[in-house]
Design a protein around this ligand. Structure first.
Ligand code: MN
Length: 501
């Protein structure tokens, strides 16, 4: 993937030759000022690049072909300053393979009440030019984001920024390499899926590797490399007394450090951005990679336990989309309920692998037996999640299509201390409430695994799903289960008929 700092979004303004050179020069200048204003706002995560106004079918096709081929260009912002007859856009939009949005804005915010004349009206035609352009997009069944308002308005810029981040996520998704160590957990249904279809829809390259490939790397890690990494652990985490040098569990921590170093090297050498493990496939390893998986997630890699490559890839993309934003993201599992009717909530956790990017405070590094898998006691980080608005996102394979499900959450502090809980956790109230939220999730076939993020809102995921042209459903404060069930049924018909699958 191109690094975010090298990515570009092209700003393309539509018009036509009818207006004459003077007006078109003005259109060009206005567009350039908007680009300058957006870049100067500090609100956008990626550079916007001005492109000269397009006035004919050939110019539109040219810019769309160039954008599709350009490695730095991750998407287009399109704007109709004037009226751009939309048949001229058909060829270009057919050729365009990058995400795009329609910024329905106008150069001037206010009507010049005392000055307004027909020249002004003819220059500032976004109000109807944008509708002509909107029609051809709708007519061609194109998925695109529409943002309406004045370009200097902070709310509009924030919406453009959200869209930019979805384009960053989509760019990251293309060719994203996922390394699977071993296969999925035996007999488990929901972690399965069509990897060929995932590559067609999302661009993911998902391949399995023998644990032997990884173990070979583990054996090559030197003691001094482990010493150095351990020093980093001491700086970042509160290391339990029995894990310190010379104590009984110190070697268990060093084992995870070796895994971390070898895993990172494996990922870098193969250009992998996400990986899966499976506690049923640990030949050659004495522990399930716990601390090591947590550390790689914190470094920006996607992770899925029990072979769950779908959530591994999704986590990586969500981390890329939210880079630099407040709030971390982690692999997650709905683990245990608190069913007090006055305070129903979910305790989310996993056997070990929760990302410390979501931690509310300095994590503790401890070693405890796992009680499953029959291996040595693994080192892991224990912490509680930061609180606030969050979402759980999951991707499932419905057989004839992928479905992405989002549930909005209110993450709160646990009601009491949990001194014996040996894993990292998050405690949340799903929207609209536990009963309806969980029922809707279950009706939709949602996994026990998900990607938990404190950084993003459903809008990011919805737009991402539209790029891939896969089903998207959200469970939020407005969800009514009977309506939600109907939506699932309607979607079934939509994908059978409209998509011909
Ligand atoms: Mn699991």
């Amino acid at each position: 993937m191109t690094e975010i700092k090298h990515m570009e979004i092209w700003f393309v303004t539509g018009s036509q030759n009818l207006y004459g050179a003077k007006t078109l020069k003005q259109v060009d200048e206005d567009s350039a000022k908007i680009v300058e204003g957006l870049n100067g706002s500090g609100n956008l995560p990626v550079k916007i690049v001005f492109k000269p106004v397009v006035k004919s079918s050939d110019e539109i096709l040219d810019i769309c072909v160039q954008a599709s081929a350009d490695k730095k260009c991750i998407g287009l912002i399109t704007w109709m300053h004037t009226f751009s007859p939309a048949k001229m856009w058909i060829g270009g939009l057919k050729a365009l393979s990058k995400p795009y949005m329609h910024l329905h804005t106008q150069f001037n915010r206010d009507l010049p009440w005392s000055e307004i004349d027909m020249d002004y009206m003819n220059l500032h035609q976004s109000a109807h030019g944008g509708r002509e352009y909107g029609f051809i997009n709708a007519r061609m069944r194109k998925n695109r984001k529409v943002v309406v308002g004045h370009w200097k308005d902070k709310k509009v810029q924030e919406q453009v920024a959200i869209w930019c981040r979805t384009a960053i996520g989509w760019a990251d998704s293309q060719g994203l390499k996922v390394a699977r160590f071993g296969d999925n957990m035996r007999e488990v249904a929901v972690t399965e899926g069509d990897k060929v279809e995932a590559q067609i829809k999302f661009g993911w390259q998902i391949n399995a590797y023998s644990l032997g490939d990884f173990v070979e790397g583990v054996e090559k890690v030197t003691e001094s490399e482990v010493d150095n990494l351990y020093k980093e652990y001491e700086k970042l985490y509160e290391v339990a007394e029995d894990c310190k040098p010379g104590e009984k569990f110190h070697e268990n921590v060093r084992v995870q450090a070796r895994y971390e170093i070898a895993l990172k090297q494996f990922m870098e050498e193969g250009n992998f951005k996400a990986f899966t493990t499976n506690f049923e496939n640990l030949v050659g390893l004495s522990q399930l990679p716990g601390l090591a998986s947590q550390r790689l997630m914190a470094a920006g890699y996607g992770f899925g336990a029990e072979g769950d490559w779908k959530q591994a890839a999704l986590l990586r993309i969500i981390k890329t989309m939210s880079a630099g934003m407040k709030g971390g993201s982690s692999f997650m599992e709905d683990y245990t309920y608190h069913l007090d009717p006055a305070n129903e909530a979910v305790l989310g956790a996993h056997m070990l692998e929760i990302c410390p990017s979501i931690a509310a405070a300095k994590p503790k590094l401890v070693v405890q037996p796992l009680g499953i898998g029959g291996k040595d006691a693994p080192a892991r980080l224990i912490f509680e999640s930061a609180t606030g608005n969050a979402i759980n996102v999951t991707l499932i394979d419905m057989g004839n299509r992928f479905r992405i499900i989002v549930n909005t959450l209110d993450v709160i502090e646990p009601l009491e201390k949990m001194p014996k809980l040996p894993v990292a956790s998050a405690f949340w109230k799903p929207m609209p409430n536990l009963a309806d939220g969980a029922a809707a999730w279950i009706y939709a076939g949602g996994t026990h695994h998900s990607v938990f993020t404190l950084a993003l809102t459903p809008e990011y995921i919805e737009t991402f799903a539209e790029y891939a042209d896969v089903e998207f459903v959200v469970i939020d404060k407005d969800t009514k289960v009977p309506e939600f069930k109907k939506e699932l049924k309607w979607n079934e018909v939509y994908y059978l008929l409209a998509k011909g699958l």
